[in-house]
Design a protein around this ligand. Structure first.
Ligand code: ZN
Length: 169
């Protein structure tokens, strides 16, 4: 977790600070666990600007009885309130699961600079797995996407949630 511990890497255009990606994804995982404990599909988000978390949220579809109350949507609203601007320029959104098409669209509209997610959603992913919304060049804004951060942990959490749910039924 100490940034100075990073091994030397060849510099390239796509160089990514994996240490901080892991750190903030762990914070998103913490949110996802809150969702899990509340009986919600365990997805968590944090939004970071200049190294600081400005929004944290987890999926609250059941609690709010709102199909749009995904972690990303709630966090985008929080971040806009924190900045006093709907344009989330320079912000990175970390989310444990690849955003759905709705959230990917909202992330583009909010002009989020970078999207970092954990596990892919091969059935409905909106950031490349099914719908390339986040990276679609025809929109006014394109989001830089990083996939697979803390992938095993984010996948395990979702899998154990659905396994438990199946057993409960
Ligand atoms: Zn969503």
């Amino acid at each position: 977790m100490v940034p100075d511990d990073q091994p030397d890497r060849a510099p390239d255009a796509q160089q990514i600070d994996l240490t901080s990606n892991d750190y903030f994804m762990n914070e998103a995982l913490r949110q996802a666990r809150l969702a899990y404990d509340a009986g919600e599909v365990p997805v968590g988000t944090v939004i970071v600007r200049a190294g600081k978390i400005i929004a944290r949220a987890y999926n609250q579809v059941e609690l709010l009885k709102d199909a749009t109350a995904h972690a990303e949507m709630l966090a985008l609203t929080q971040a806009a309130a924190a900045l006093g601007d709907w344009r989330l320029e320079g912000c990175t959104l970390f989310v444990t699961k690849e955003p759905c098409p709705m959230c990917a669209g909202a992330i583009v509209l909010a002009r989020v600079a970078r999207l970092v997610f954990g596990v892919r959603d091969p059935r409905a992913g909106g950031a490349g797995s099914v719908f390339p919304i986040a990276t679609f060049g025809g929109l006014n804004h394109t989001v830089e996407v990083v996939a697979g951060v803390r992938e095993a942990a984010t996948r395990d959490l979702l899998q154990s949630f659905f396994r438990e749910k199946r057993h409960a039924e």
